[in-house]
Design a protein. Structure first.
Length: 191
């Protein structure tokens, strides 16, 4: 289809309240603004981020990223710092967008075939998991980032979740050859 819908659902009543049309043939990730009405949506098929007004149920802006990299996948949000983090696969990149202007602040190489991303505001770290590696970046300030780790994991192990309160990072490892499916648990260490 040439478009997707982001549906607003009342989970208590089990009722669909609205459908927000996103003009893209592929949508990957969402990030919700808690202090305002915006929702950010990866328009993977258009190499852009849609900015949605949740109250009006409409796209109010589109921020292109194709000039830096294509095929948007994961997304995370530093709401306090007004920075949206997006990962891409063509090539593997971490793109940082200013959520006030939509402009690209910076981009850095990251693991290819990535799938998940997490941002921990307490440690100012961004975690990106992809096939065979996890990349970790440190946010020095809103405009400056350093890659602090690129560690090997397992073939196609790219689904992950960070639990900052537990200081744990969980990575799903699929069955492949003689490797059994598993969940690897990593300790998050301080700087």
């Amino acid at each position: 289809m040439p478009y997707y819908f982001v549906s607003v659902v009342d989970t208590t009543a089990g009722k669909n309240l609205a459908d927000i049309k996103i003009d893209s043939d592929a949508v990957e990730a969402l990030a919700l603004e808690k202090s305002g009405p915006r929702l950010f949506v990866n328009m993977t098929g258009k190499d852009a981020v849609a900015v949605v007004d949740r109250e009006k149920h409409t796209v109010i802006n589109t921020w292109p990223t194709g000039q830096v990299a294509k095929h948007l996948i994961a997304m995370s949000f530093d709401e306090a710092g007004h920075r949206l983090f997006v990962s891409t696969r063509t090539p593997g990149k971490l793109i940082v967008l200013d959520t006030d202007s939509g402009k690209v602040v910076t981009s850095l190489p990251c693991v290819s075939n990535n799938d998940d991303m997490a941002y921990d505001p307490a440690s100012k770290r961004i975690y990106i998991s992809g096939s065979g590696f996890v990349d970790i970046y440190h946010q020095k300030d809103a405009d400056h980032y350093d890659q602090i780790a690129h560690f090997p994991t397992a073939f196609r192990a790219r689904t992950s979740i960070l639990i900052p309160e537990l200081k744990k990072y969980y990575l799903a490892v699929p069955h492949h050859g003689t490797t059994e499916a598993a969940v690897r648990v990593y300790d998050v260490v301080p700087d």
